[in-house]
Design a protein around this ligand. Structure first.
Ligand code: ZN
Length: 278
């Protein structure tokens, strides 16, 4: 099952068509995205038998973020060994966690205004929490996840890396710095939920590529470790980390410029496109 939001309303998406959950369920299920995710079992039961007659044509560029205003956004630093190495760190022994404040979350094709500084890319697979919970066992963790989507953890490096010790969250939270989408896909619909391939391009040039099977802390482990401290709520997002190939570690370093377009793809999910402006 593929789901997202259209004009702020929860929709199921199939073959270029969107089905409004609230309308198609005769008003029995919510239109608000987090309220819908709070009824996850009912939503999946409805989707299994839904009548698609009232669906409307939709393009990826019409869709908003799968969860436009999540309550909690977790992000994981250094979750791939080659990226930890390029950043000059040994792989962490526990997940290194920061937040992207929720106002940075944007849809799959938002224009992003570049703030002053040095803005870098980080393609990431993003887990969307459905059922959620507190102290979730790793063996049950996939059941807490409604879907996965494609995201960019856009990062302004001057702010991120200034100060001793540095702080991650603010420099990664400018408006538009958390584009996600175009839809979220339930784990059962992926060819292999533990081995998801993804890649990105800047103006057609390859930037980063990876597979989630290379994560130091895989998605179920992240769900277990995060929920050991914070109850995970429906609609929460987990940005699961980026592989090697960030601009900050290129020789010479390379940052996003106005007029450039960043394309990011998660196999089985789709693509997001960000155009950068002054
Ligand atoms: Zn990141």
């Amino acid at each position: 099952m593929r789901f997202g939001t259209l004009h702020g309303r929860f929709v199921l998406v199939r073959d270029g068509h969107a089905l409004d959950l609230h309308t198609a369920s005769g008003g029995t299920l919510p239109w608000e995205p987090i309220a819908a995710l709070e009824r996850w079992d009912d939503v999946t039961a409805f989707a299994a038998a839904a009548d698609w007659t009232p669906a409307v044509p939709v393009a990826d560029t019409d869709l908003d973020a799968p969860v436009p205003m999540p309550r909690q956004v977790f992000a994981i630093a250094l979750n791939y060994r080659p990226h930890a190495a390029e950043a000059g760190f040994v792989p962490p022994s526990a997940p290194l966690v920061f937040t992207k404040f929720p106002t940075c979350i944007a849809g799959p094709s938002a224009e992003v205004r570049l703030p002053e500084g040095r803005v870098d890319w980080e393609i990431e697979v993003v887990a969307v929490i459905g059922r959620g919970g507190y102290r979730i066992d790793g063996a049950d963790a996939w059941a807490a996840v409604a879907g996965v989507t494609c995201g960019q953890d856009l990062s302004e490096r001057a702010m991120q890396l200034s100060g001793t010790p540095p702080q991650f969250s603010l420099g990664k939270s400018h408006p538009g710095f958390g584009p996600t989408g175009p839809v979220a896909v339930t784990p059962d619909e992926l060819p292999d939920r533990d081995d998801i391939a993804f890649a990105s391009w800047l103006d057609g040039q390859p930037l980063q590529h990876g597979r989630t099977s290379d994560m130091i802390f895989p998605i179920p482990d992240l769900v277990a470790r995060l929920s050991a401290v914070c109850p995970l709520l429906p609609g929460d997002l987990i940005f699961t980390g980026t592989p090697a190939g960030v601009g900050n570690r290129m020789q010479p370093p390379r940052f996003l410029q106005p007029g450039e377009t960043l394309v990011s793809r998660v196999d089985g999910v789709g693509e997001i496109h960000q155009r950068f402006v002054h």
